[in-house]
Structure formats: C-alpha cells, structure tokens
Write a protein that binds this ligand. Structure first.
Ligand code: LMR
Length: 331
C-alpha cells in the first residue's frame, strides 16, 4: 500500500514525542502531522485535529493520523527535512518559512497587502494562488492547501502607537526577509527565532517585541510578557499544508483520493472558522488583563506609509503579476 522510508538521523525525536491524537492500530498506515502551535482555540491546531478525527473514523483499518502539536516533534525548520525522510507525512509551516525553497511566497508577507481574510481567500482560491501551491514541487514537496490563521499585530515592552515608537527595539520575526525589511523600516532590528523560543526571548529581554496573530499571542501567552498589543493588522499569517511527493505517490490511488478529499474538506471548514477563533483569542487576552491598543485611521496610515515601500525590494523575486493579483483580490 505504501513504501517504507529509510529512517533518518532525526528519527530519534519522533520516537520520544507523544501525539495529541493517536488512534493507530497495528497494520494501519500511520500519517504523522507535526506542527508548532496550540491544539485548541487555534486555527491550525483545530484544523489538524479535525483532519485527524475524520481520517481516524473514515479510514479506520487502512490509515490513521497522529497529530504532534506545540513543536513536540519538529520545529518548522527541521520538519521540512523530516518530510523528505519519511519521519513525518504532513506539516503546515507558515508561508514565511519557505524562503530557502522559493522566493515566490514572499507575496504573502508583504505588509498591508491583504485588508482582510476575504481578500486572502479570493487570492488563494484564484488561479495565481492555486498555482503557487506548486511552487516547491521541484524540491520534492506537494502543497495540499492553505490553512488560514489571520492578520498579525505588534506587541512590545512599551506602547507602540507610531512606528517610530519601535526605534532601537529588537523584534522577533519568522525566517522571512520581508519581515526583517519591514522591522528595519520602523527603525528597529529583527531577530529570526523559532516559534518555540519566542516566549522565553520576550521574557528574558533577548528581544523586546514580536508580531503575531491573536491566537498565537494568546495561546503562547506572549501578552503576559509584553506591555501591550497594538491592533495593526499589518501582515498575514497563513500556512502551507505540505506532504512529500514520494509519500503521496506511494499511496494506492483510492487511499490517496480519500485522504485528499478529507484533507481538503476539513481545510475549507477550518478556514471558515479562523477569524472567529482569532477574535475569541483577542477577547481572552483582554479578559486575562492584557492590554490591547486600537489605532485611529490616521495613526494606522503612518504604519502603512512606513512599511509599504518595502514592497519594492521584493517585487522582482515575487513577480509584479503575482503582486497585482494579490492586490486585486482585496479590491
Ligand atoms: C510563528 O513562527 O510565529 C508562526 O509561524 C507560528 C505558527 O505556526 O503559527
């Protein structure tokens, strides 16, 4: 039914971690889904859980899915290698983390590009977005779909009302050169860190601030070690669900079809709930005593004017046609 893959050196990590959802009987094909976020109250965590539930019910006896959340198996960097080694079958790193595989995904990171998640949906479901799913096929991966999180906000150890309030501060960013350029446009400096290291880095002052969605800021408690969060909605956080081409090709056609059907249906359902989960997380932050600062339209425009010039630095990597399609999706 499926090929066995050579175990890699990093398999030892796989042996130590415990999955959140384990329903595998002997003889079933085990599909491991590794990710880095919380399991509940989080768009990616809930998507992974819903996919696993359906697979474990409907493919019982043939296949089962084990979900490893909270970076317990691999971080977003190591998981890419683990996919090719067959140590894990599904992952969903943020699109900001594919810099070493393609520069095309930089479009998703351009600041103030998508006004809301409807615009994101228009783009990802349109011809250009669908085509981008295949941008790393030549590296041995298959893009299964986009799992949405939401738009991001800045937090720091002091109030941020205008971008210049961030001057001289150090912000944690994902492994994205667009994010670095955006932070530098504010007169601040950027440090690329794994998601699992962010809380500790904020707590110990290794970095002064960060940018993320409500669901990540709440579930990873970043707000507890920050002065407050400013509602900027400046940049997108969305995931590319991926698998390895070798693994997908190795499946019997009917098993592959059933897996892909369940996966796609649950991603659509999860994406429809992402915004509500983020809004709930925002309310939870406030209820827990976290500070959330709103900007007036004039104040927000200063952030837009500061970061928007960053687009020019990346337009050749992305392609003007791709940027134009993304802009049009929000109009
Ligand atoms: C981050 O590193 O901030 C995010 O990509 C984490 C995630 O998966 O939401």
């Amino acid at each position: 039914m499926f090929k066995k893959f050579a175990a890699g050196a990093i398999v030892s990590a796989a042996l130590l971690a415990t999955p959140a959802f384990a329903a595998c009987d002997s003889g079933e094909m085990v599909i491991k889904f590794s990710h880095v976020t919380a399991e509940t109250g989080h768009p990616k965590g809930e998507a992974a859980a819903a996919i696993a539930k359906r697979i474990n019910e409907e493919m019982d006896g043939t296949a089962c899915m084990e979900v490893f959340a909270n970076s317990t198996l691999f971080d977003d960097n190591k998981v890419m290698e683990a996919l090719l080694l067959g140590d894990v079958q599904v992952a969903a790193p943020s699109l900001s983390k594919f810099e070493s595989f393609t520069k095309k995904y930089r479009v998703f990171d351009l600041p103030f590009l998508f006004p809301n998640m409807d615009a994101v949906n228009n783009f990802t479901q349109g011809p250009v977005g669908k085509d981008l799913l295949n941008a790393i096929n030549d590296k041995g991966y298959v893009g299964l779909g986009y799992i949405y999180n939401g738009l991001k906000h800045f937090s720091a150890d002091r109030p941020l009302i205008k971008p210049s309030d961030a001057e001289g501060l150090k912000f944690r960013v994902q492994t994205s050169d667009v994010a670095v350029a955006m932070i530098e446009a504010m007169g601040a400096s950027a440090q690329k860190l794994a998601f699992s290291e962010v809380y500790g880095a904020l707590q110990t002052g290794v970095v002064d601030g960060q940018e993320n969605t409500w669901s990540n800021i709440y579930s990873k408690k970043f707000f507890e070690v920050q002065d407050g969060v400013t509602v900027t909605n400046h940049q997108l956080l969305t995931y590319l669900a991926i698998t390895s081409k070798e693994w997908l090709d190795s499946l019997d056609p009917e098993v592959r079809d059933q897996f892909l059907t369940i996966f796609n249906e649950e991603v659509v359902a999860a994406n429809a709930k992402a915004t509500a989960l983020n809004e709930q997380a925002r309310e939870n932050i406030v209820a827990a005593g976290g500070v959330v600062r709103e900007l007036t339209p004039e104040q927000r425009q200063v952030w837009v004017d500061t970061m928007r010039p960053v687009w020019d630095q990346f337009k050749d990597d992305i392609g003007q046609d791709v940027i134009d399609a993304a802009v049009a999706a929000g109009e």
